[in-house]
Write a protein that binds this ligand. Structure first.
Ligand code: CP
Ligand code: NVA
Length: 309
C-alpha cells in the first residue's frame, strides 16, 4: 500500500520513534561531512522527489531538497504559480501525471483538502509540507530536537503560547502519539481545532486550554510558539492585540522549568510572539530545530518509501 504522510497519525507512534532513531543515527554518521555528500548506504539512489509549493518556504524547501540528495536521490521543485495547477488543472490530474514522472510528491498548500485529494489520486507517496491545518514534518524535527536535548517525550510537559494554528495541531497530534501533555495558552476565539484536541485526549494525552499565559507556561519542559499571523491569514490588529498577553517574554519563560527548551518553527516575528531575549537566549534551541528539519525529513522520506517503520 502507498504510504502517505499527511498527518503524524498516518505513521503512528512506533514508526515515529523509529524515524527519530534513524535520524539521530544518520545525523551522527555524517558529522563533519560536506552537506552535499550522499549517505554511505544511499538508500534512495535513483529516486526522485517532486515538490509543489503554493506558499512561500525556506526551511521545508531546502531541507527536503538536501534530504533527498543526501539519501542518494534527486528532486524537482515546482512553484504552483508556474504550473498548470496554478491556472486550473485539477489536483487529481496533477497527481496522476506527476506519479508517472516522480517517485514521491511533497506539497505545501493553502487547503488541507488538496493534500488529501493529491493522495487519493497519486500512485506514489504524498507528503504534507504544511497546509492551513497541519505541519507534521515540522513536528518530526521538533520531537527530534527535544530528544536530542536529553528530554524524554513520554510524560514531558509542553506549553504552547499563541495562535491555535497548523503547527499546534501537529504538536497536539504528537502529544497523543508520543504520550506528552500540552498546556495551550491562547486567547478566546483562537483555539485549536477540536478534532485534533479530542483525538489526542482519546489517546490519553492531557491537553489543556488556558486563558492565562502564566498558567500555561508553569513547570513546562518545552515552551513553543509560532507566528500570530500564518500564511494566507489577514494581518489584523485586533488579533495581534488579543495575542499580546501570550507573548513569550523572559518573565513567562521563567515560569517554565529551569532547563526548559524554547522552540519556534521559524520564521519568527521578534517583538510579537517572542522577544529577542528568549529566542536568542540560553534555552532557545531554534537553530538545532531548523537543522533538524533536514535530518527529520530524511526519515520521513525513508518511511514513505517503506524503508523504515
Ligand atoms: N518552519 C517552516 O516550515 O519554515 P518554511 O516556511 O521556511 O518552510
Ligand atoms: N503557522 C505558520 C507556519 C510557518 C512555517 C504558517 O502557516 O504560516
Amino acid at each position: 500500500m502507498t504510504r502517505h504522510f499527511l498527518d503524524l497519525a498516518d505513521a503512528g507512534g512506533d514508526a515515529i520513534a523509529a524515524m527519530i532513531n534513524d535520524a539521530i543515527d544518520r545525523k551522527a554518521a555524517r558529522k563533519g561531512w560536506p552537506k552535499g555528500k550522499v549517505d554511505a548506504d544511499a538508500p534512495l539512489a535513483g529516486h526522485t522527489l517532486g515538490m509543489i509549493f503554493e506558499k512561500n518556504s525556506t526551511r521545508t524547501r531546502v531541507s527536503f531538497d538536501m534530504a533527498i540528495r543526501q539519501l542518494g536521490g534527486t528532486s524537482v521543485v515546482m512553484d504552483a504559480g508556474t504550473m498548470q495547477l496554478g491556472r486550473g488543472e485539477s489536483v487529481a490530474d496533477t497527481a496522476r501525471v506527476l506519479s508517472r514522472y516522480v517517485d514521491a510528491i511533497m506539497i505545501r498548500t493553502d487547503d488541507h483538502a488538496k493534500v488529501r485529494e493529491m493522495a487519493d489520486y497519486a500512485s506514489v507517496p504524498v507528503i504534507n509540507g504544511l497546509t492551513d491545518v497541519s505541519h507534521p514534518c515540522q513536528i518530526m524535527a521538533d520531537l527530534l530536537t527535544v530528544i536530542e536535548h536529553d528530554k524524554a517525550l513520554p510524560g514531558s510537559k509542553w506549553a504552547w503560547l499563541g495562535d491555535g494554528n497548523n503547527v499546534l495541531h501537529s504538536i497536539v497530534e504528537a502529544a497523543g502519539l508520543m504520550k506528552f501533555s500540552v498546556a495551550i495558552g491562547c486567547p478566546q476565539g483562537y483555539d485549536p481545532d477540536g478534532t485534533y484536541v479530542e483525538a489526542a485526549r482519546a489517546r490519553g494525552a492531557d491537553i489543556r486550554i488556558c486563558r492565562d499565559a502564566r498558567e500555561a507556561a508553569a513547570d513546562a519542559d518545552v515552551v513553543v510558539t509560532d507566528t500570530w499571523i500564518s500564511m494566507g491569514q489577514l494581518h489584523a490588529e485586533e488579533k495581534l492585540a488579543a495575542m499580546m498577553p501570550f507573548q513569550v517574554s523572559s518573565d513567562l519563560m521563567a515560569r517554565a522549568k529551569r532547563d526548559a527548551l524554547f522552540l519556534h518553527c521559524l520564521p519568527a516575528h521578534r517583538g510579537e510572539e517572542v522577544v529577542d531575549a528568549v529566542i536568542d537566549g540560553p534555552r532557545s534551541v531554534i537553530w538545532d530545530e531548523a537543522e533538524n528539519r533536514l535530518h527529520a525529513q530524511k526519515s520521513v522520506l525513508l518511511w514513505a518509501f517503506g524503508k523504515l517503520g
